[in-house]
Ligand binder design. Structure first.
Ligand code: WTA
Length: 641
C-alpha cells in the first residue's frame, strides 16, 4: 500500500483528480486495502439528503487491514510503543504479531462471552495498551466500541451507556495521571446503578489498589483475556457501512450526541490522511499525545497509524509529570519523527521557557502537528522555532469528531506554511465559506461559515439513535452542504484559517462542551436557580468558561464562596472536572428577551471585558440587569492594575 503523495505537484494533481471524478479517485485508494467483497457503488446518497454512503456493497473488517495485512512483512516491527506515566517504569514495545495475537485473544473471549456483531461495548479506561487492544478486539468481532474519556463523571458515563444501550463495560481499577490516581471502577459502579443493560464489566488491574468486584458481573481483564487463548478469531465480515464506533461529542443543544463512523469509509480516509499529513515513511516513529477517549486518539493513535503499518507511541501520563520536559524527554527517548499535540499543551509548555526543550535531543523530529483548537501565532512560532528548531513543518490540522479525519492541513513539508492557518484542503475535500443567508463567499479575506460541499468517505453517518438530530445539526442548516459549526477566512492564496465555533460550543483546552450541557449541570446545584455560560479567551486553555448564575437567595461574601464550591461540585458531578468554569458570577438576573431567550452575545462581551457597545438591547425584558452584571464583573475580574 502506498498512499503518500510526495510533492506539492502530486498533491495538486490528486486534488484535481478528486474534484473531477471523486468516485475514481476514492476507488483508486480503496483498492489498496483488503476487502472481503468488493463494493458495487463507490458512493450513494447526498449531503442534501444527509444519507451519504461509501463503498456500497463492499465487505471489509478494519482490523484485518490494520493487523493481519502487516504480519507477513512487518510482524516483528513495533506497532505500539507504550510509555508509562512513571518514566522509571518499563516501557512496552508491542509488535504487530503480538498485537494481532492479543486482539484475537480478546476478541475470541468477547465472542465466547456472548458479545455479537452490533452490540455496544463501552471503554472507560486509562491510556494503557489494553485500551487499544480492546478497541481493536471490538472492531474485529463487529461490536461497536464507544470510548468514554476517563475524566468524565459517573453521571456523564451513565448518560452515554444508556444512550448506547451497551451490554459490556471495560474499565480499570484505577488510572494514573501524574501523581494522582483516578478511581475508575468505583465511578463505573456508580454509573451502573442507573444502567440496566450492562451485564459484564471487565476490569484491568492498573494499580495495586483494591476495588469491589461484583461476582455476577465483574471479571478481571487479564483472566478474561485468557479465555480466548488458542481460540480462532477470524475478523467479522462487515458491510462497509456497518458502524465501527460511536463517539460522544458535545453540540450546541441538549446532551452529547453519539457520532457514528463506519468500517469502510472511515478506514480509507483515516489511512489516507495519516499517510499524507504526517508524511509517514516506513520505520518512522510517530507520536500523538491525545487520549483515545477523543476522536484524535481514535483516528491518529490507533486506526490511521496501524492501517499504515506505522509505529505509534501511546503515553499514559501528562505533559508535566514528573517535570515540564516530559514530552521532549519522550520524543528523545523514542526518537520520535512525527509529533502531534494540541495548542493548549504547547502554550502550557511554552510558559516553562526554552530550557526544558533544549535539555533533550530532538533531532529526530521531522513533522510537528497541532489539533483541536485554533493555534495562536505566538505558540505557532514557538513550536516551529524552539521545538522544531526551524527545520520541521507545522501541520495545523483542522477537523472534527464528525469528519472522522483531517480535512484541512498542510501535508508535511510539501505545502505552503502560514502561521495560524490550517491551510489547504486534503484531496477529496471541498471547503466553502458561506454567509449566514447561504451565499458563497469567494473573495479573499472574507469571513464566513465553514461548510463542505461534497461527501468524503469518513463523514458522520448519523447520531446514534436520532437521525433527525444529525440532519438538523449538519445537513439542514445549508441544504447541499455539511455545516461544520466553525467560522473561517480564506486568504488570497486559498489558505484557510479556522477562527472558532459560531455556535454554543465552547472549546476548553481543545475539549468541546455545549453551553446547555454545562448549564444543566450547574442547575443541579441547590444554590442555582438558573445559569448561562459563555466562553472567553484564555492564555493557556484557548477558551475558558464564565458562568453567570442566579442564586436562590442573596449571598454574602462567605456564603458566596460556599456557593461557588457547590456550583463547581455540581459540574464535576454532571460532567467532570474538565468542564469546570474558571469564573462563577452570581447575578441578580440574566439578559433575556421578552420571548425568554438569553442574549449570550452580551454575556460574551462582558466575559471578554468589553463593557461598551452591547448593540441593540431594546428587546431585553429588563435592560438594567446588564448594568448590574457588568459592574460586578468589572470590579471582580477587570480591575485596572
Ligand atoms: C476546533 C477535534 C482551529 C474546531 C479533532 C472544530 C480547530 C472542533 C482545529 C472539533 C484547528 C479542531 N484549528 N480549530 N486546527 N482543530 N478545531 O470534535 O472548532 O473534538 O469544530 O475534534 O475543534 O473538535 P473535536
Amino acid at each position: 500500500m502506498n498512499l503518500r503523495l510526495d510533492s506539492f505537484e502530486a498533491y495538486q494533481e490528486a486534488y484535481q483528480k478528486s474534484a473531477n471524478d471523486p468516485s475514481e479517485f476514492w476507488n483508486g485508494i480503496a483498492s489498496q486495502f483488503q476487502w472481503m467483497k468488493p463494493h458495487h457503488q463507490t458512493q450513494s446518497g447526498s449531503l442534501e439528503g444527509g444519507d451519504v454512503q461509501w463503498f456500497v456493497g463492499g465487505q471489509v473488517n478494519i482490523t484485518e487491514n490494520a493487523l493481519d495485512r502487516h504480519l507477513a512483512e512487518r510482524g516483528n516491527q513495533t506497532a505500539i510503543v507504550w510509555e508509562p506515566n512513571d518514566p522509571d517504569h518499563p516501557i512496552q514495545s508491542i509488535s504487530y504479531q503480538t498485537l494481532y495475537e492479543r486482539v484475537c485473544e480478546m476478541g475470541a473471549a468477547l465472542r465466547a462471552s456472548g458479545v455479537q456483531k452490533g452490540d455496544r461495548v463501552i471503554l472507560y479506561m486509562p491510556m494503557t495498551p489494553e485500551l487499544a487492544i480492546s478497541v481493536l478486539a471490538c472492531a474485529r468481532i463487529g461490536a461497536i466500541h464507544s470510548v468514554i474519556f476517563a475524566g468524565f463523571s459517573a453521571q456523564a458515563l451513565a448518560d452515554r451507556i444508556q444512550d448506547a444501550g451497551a451490554s459490556v463495560v471495560i474499565t480499570a481499577n484505577e488510572g494514573r495521571r501524574g501523581v494522582k490516581t483516578i478511581p475508575l471502577k468505583s465511578t463505573v459502579d456508580h454509573a451502573l446503578a442507573s444502567c440496566s443493560t450492562v451485564r459484564l464489566v471487565l476490569v484491568q488491574r492498573v494499580t495495586a489498589a483494591d476495588c469491589v468486584m461484583e461476582s455476577n458481573r465483574d471479571v478481571w481483564l487479564n483472566e478474561f483475556e485468557q479465555r480466548g487463548k488458542g481460540l480462532p478469531c477470524p475478523p467479522e465480515p462487515m458491510d462497509a457501512e456497518d458502524p465501527l464506533f460511536i463517539l460522544y461529542t458535545s453540540g450546541s443543544t441538549g446532551k452529547p450526541k453519539g457520532v457514528v463512523h463506519t468500517h469502510g469509509g472511515y478506514m480509507v480516509y483515516t489511512a489516507y490522511s495519516f499517510a499524507n499529513v504526517f508524511q509517514y515513511e516506513p520505520g518512522d516513529v510517530y507520536w500523538c499525545t491525545a487520549d483515545i477517549g477523543w476522536i484524535t486518539g481514535h483516528s491518529y493513535i490507533v486506526y490511521g497509524p496501524l492501517l499504515n503499518g506505522a509505529t505509534t507511541v501511546m503515553f499514559e501520563g501528562i505533559p508535566t509529570h514528573p517535570g515540564p520536559d516530559r514530552f521532549w524527554a519522550i520524543c528523545a527517548k523514542h526518537r520520535v519523527n512525527q509529533f502531534y499535540t494540541a495548542p493548549t499543551a504547547i502554550r502550557a509548555l511554552m510558559a516553562h521557557g526554552e530550557d526544558p526543550v533544549r535539555a533533550h535531543n530532538l533531532s529526530s523530529l521531522k513533522v510537528l502537528g497541532t489539533v483541536g483548537e485554533p493555534i495562536n501565532e505566538e505558540a505557532w512560532h514557538w513550536y516551529r522555532d524552539v521545538v522544531g528548531q526551524q527545520k520541521c513543518p507545522i501541520v495545523d490540522t483542522w477537523w472534527q469528531t464528525e469528519t472522522g479525519g483531517i480535512m484541512l492541513s498542510g501535508l508535511g513539508a510539501l505545502s505552503p506554511q502560514k502561521p495560524a492557518h490550517a491551510g489547504l484542503p486534503l484531496p477529496g475535500i471541498d471547503p466553502v465559506l458561506l454567509s449566514a443567508d447561504g451565499t458563497e463567499l469567494t473573495g479573499a479575506d472574507q469571513e464566513g461559515l465553514l461548510c463542505i460541499r461534497s461527501p468524503w468517505p469518513s463523514i458522520i453517518r448519523t447520531t446514534y439513535g436520532d437521525h433527525e438530530r444529525c440532519l438538523n445539526t449538519y445537513f439542514r442548516p445549508f441544504p447541499g452542504f455539511y455545516f461544520t459549526g466553525d467560522g473561517a477566512r480564506r486568504d488570497a492564496n486559498g489558505l484557510i484559517r479556522v477562527i472558532g465555533r459560531v455556535d454554543d460550543v465552547i472549546n476548553v483546552s481543545g475539549h468541546r462542551f455545549g453551553t446547555a450541557e454545562i448549564e444543566s449541570a450547574i442547575n443541579q446545584a441547590t444554590v442555582a436557580l438558573e445559569s448561562a455560560v459563555v466562553g472567553y479567551d484564555h492564555p493557556i486553555k484557548g477558551q475558558a468558561i464564565h458562568a453567570f448564575v442566579i442564586s436562590d437567595r442573596s449571598l454574602d461574601e462567605v456564603e458566596m464562596e460556599a456557593a461557588r464550591k457547590d456550583v463547581l461540585a455540581a459540574v464535576e458531578r454532571g460532567i467532570g472536572k474538565i468542564a469546570k468554569p474558571e469564573r462563577i458570577q452570581f447575578v441578580p438576573g440574566l439578559p433575556k428577551t421578552r420571548s425568554g431567550k438569553i442574549m449570550r452575545r452580551i454575556l460574551r462581551k462582558i466575559a471578554s471585558g468589553e463593557f461598551d457597545q452591547f448593540g441593540d438591547t431594546s428587546t431585553l425584558l429588563d435592560p438594567s440587569v446588564v448594568d448590574a452584571i457588568k459592574t460586578q464583573a468589572q470590579s471582580t475580574w477587570f480591575v485596572p492594575s
